[in-house]
Design a protein around this ligand. Structure first.
Ligand SMILES: Cc1cc2nc3c(=O)[nH]c(=O)nc-3n(C[C@H](O)[C@H](O)[C@H](O)COP(=O)(O)OP(=O)(O)OC[C@H]3O[C@@H](n4cnc5c(N)ncnc54)[C@H](O)[C@@H]3O)c2cc1C
Ligand SMILES: *[C@@H]1O[C@H](CO)[C@@H](O)[C@H](O)[C@H]1NC(C)=O
Ligand SMILES: *[C@@H]1O[C@H](CO)[C@@H](O)[C@H](O)[C@H]1NC(C)=O
Length: 517
């Protein structure tokens, strides 16, 4: 979502971020994903990851790169979004082609006590989330099936896909699924943590639309998990992140969807108050119109030394300027991309400017919504930015998203999810503090501003009685305890499901990255 500001900035052609910054070189050899230490096959003296990697290097088939799947694209898909993740060097980078390969890999990791990480789209921001130093990084990109069922009710999607791959497949058929809004994001991470979509008012988050998971659990079994077959595991996978197994296929509920209207509107420093007014009203009334979805990003625009707001407006019907957005569309805009278009175009616009290889950090918090609270957080955000405004390449954004009553109601579909928000009174405010910058030397200053903004906003919210415990996994920083934020009862249930399917706690101990139980 940070890219959302970048995008606006780019479109104004005032600064060209990707070319202005020279991206750091990666220290891992991506051209040889299956080579690693060069050990001989069946080296009986090798232990740990060396042994597991040796075996896999010699036994996993090398992906068949076809002319229509050019090597450049394939290499590009191996990238991690954030610099913090891309500068980690795993012992090996393995690319399974089937769920059975994944099963072998998990069994080997366990047998050799080799640490591992699992990568889908590689867009998690912090180090170790989907890449692991001196361990085995399991890159799922070749699990890339997309298959719409004959009755068009479900679409089977492999975690090797980016959302744009999915939309390119289903949109020409007049269909869609509840998924990401940015074309480059992976299906795996987004869906396992939540998945806020343009269609969320009507259908909930991406995780609510999964009817079946194919998942490799700790003992290597490949399970088909739905509400009937494994109700507990099904519940746990709906928000449980990477804690329960490696998902090798998601079966998404599928629905008819034609063109939509939307894009983004950029407004200047004088309109920030009115954007907050409009956001407040939309949070309370927007759910009434289930085709409408919107969020606003407040960004420091370094080049021009000003704060701007960039608001995404999307209406899931081909209707221009629907009344529900009147308070946004009547504002004088500096730039607007609103038009009728399909989902591929919509997600490409949002995804176009998410350059790989910069330093990134995401943070989150949840609040109850009053007009005062919206102001308080924005003021704190601006204050805390003062010392870091001139950091090289700094693009900070504070993104407000409403979680309406309608969205919260969808969370109880199909036996519910594990986020701990069922029965909550909405609307809630989801915030994503998203920042990108250029140099590692600035990490401490940049992270201090982000950390302080979240801490002070929560303190103030507690004073006002507006704080909420929930932390959205897909926007959280590694310093935030996501699983505990689901509530004590849910955390206990998740832990007991984990002990049932993973008695040795393989996914807790050998897979150190991301949010643990
Ligand atoms: C530019 C940008 C735009 C975004 N837009 C949205 C948005 O519109 N809506 C939204 O909700 N979120 C959004 N996000 C947040 C996004 O959902 C998270 O960053 C998410 O973790 C990315 O998923 P990924 O597969 O690309 O990442 P990865 O880094 O590959 O995976 C993230 C985590 O999930 C685990 N994982 C991934 N696949 C599997 C699997 N198959 N089995 C087991 N574990 C797995 C990984 O091990 C890792 O820990 C956005 C993020 C960015 C950077
Ligand atoms: C086998 O592995 C050990 C331990 O890592 C290593 O020292 C040795 O050189 C390897 N032997 C061969 C033939 O690769
Ligand atoms: C627009 O703003 C007015 C004045 O605050 C408010 O009464 C109205 O409900 C808002 N419209 C929508 C669709 O939210």
């Amino acid at each position: 979502m940070i890219t959302f500001c970048t995008l606006q900035v780019q479109m104004l052609a005032l600064v060209t971020l990707t070319t202005a910054l020279d991206l750091p070189s990666l220290n891992f050899d991506w051209q040889q994903p299956l080579s690693y230490l060069g050990l001989a096959p069946n080296n009986l003296t090798a232990t740990g990851c060396e042994a597991a990697c040796t075996y896999l290097t010699h036994h996993l088939p090398i992906p068949d790169i076809q002319p229509d799947n050019p090597r450049e694209y394939w290499k590009e898909k191996s990238f991690f979004w954030s610099q913090q993740q891309s500068t980690i060097s795993p012992s090996c980078f393995v690319q399974p082609l089937t769920a059975e390969h994944v099963s072998t890999i998990v069994k080997l990791a366990r047998e050799h006590q080799c640490k591992f990480a699992v990568k889908s789209g590689g867009h998690a921001a912090f180090a170790g989330a989907s890449n692991v130093q001196d361990g085995m990084t399991i890159d799922l990109q070749f699990l890339d099936m997309i298959e719409v069922s004959e009755d068009k009710q479900t679409t089977r999607v492999g975690p090797g896909n980016r959302w744009v791959d999915v939309y390119k497949h289903v949109v020409p058929m007049g269909l869609s699924v509840v998924g990401g809004r940015n074309s480059e994001i992976g299906v795996g991470g987004l869906t396992l943590g939540g998945g806020i979509s343009w269609y969320s008012s009507r259908y909930g988050w991406a995780l609510d639309g999964v009817r079946n998971y194919q998942v490799v659990v700790a003992d290597g079994r490949v399970l088909e998990v739905d509400r009937e077959s494994y109700p507990d595991l099904y519940w746990a996978l709906r928000g449980g992140g990477n804690n329960f197994g490696v998902v090798t296929r998601f079966d998404f509920e599928t629905f008819p969807q034609g063109d939509m209207w939307g894009g983004s509107v950029m407004t200047g420093p004088d309109s920030l108050d009115r954007v907050l007014d409009a956001f407040h009203d939309f949070a309370y009334t927007g759910g009434d119109d289930m085709d409408a979805y919107s969020f606003s990003a407040f960004c420091w625009y370094q080049e021009h030394k000003m704060f701007i707001a960039s608001t995404a407006l999307v209406y899931a019907q081909p209707v221009e300027n629907p009344a529900i957005f009147e308070n946004y569309t009547k504002l004088e805009s500096m730039h607007s991309t609103l038009k009728i278009r399909d989902m591929v175009s919509m997600s490409d616009e949002i995804g176009a400017q998410a350059p790989n290889g910069l330093r990134n950090s995401y943070w989150t918090a949840t609040f109850r919504i009053t007009r005062e609270m919206l102001q308080v957080i924005l003021d704190i955000f601006m204050e805390e930015l003062e010392p870091v405004k001139e950091v090289e390449g700094m693009i900070p954004a504070l993104i407000y998203q409403p979680m309406s009553n309608e969205v919260l109601t969808r969370f109880s579909r199909n036996g519910g999810n594990c986020l701990g928000l069922e029965g909550e009174e909405g609307p809630l405010l989801n915030i994503n503090y998203a920042v990108m910058w250029k140099n590692e030397a600035d990490d401490e200053a940049v992270l201090t501003a982000a950390r302080n903004t979240i801490r002070r906003s929560k303190e103030k919210a507690k004073e006002l009685g507006l704080d909420h415990r929930y932390l959205y996994q897909n926007y959280a920083s590694h310093e935030q305890d996501v699983m505990a934020s689901y509530g004590e009862e849910n955390l206990e249930r998740l832990r007991s499901i984990s002990r049932e399917f993973d008695p040795e706690q393989v996914f807790q101990k050998l897979q150190p990255g991301y949010f643990k139980l």
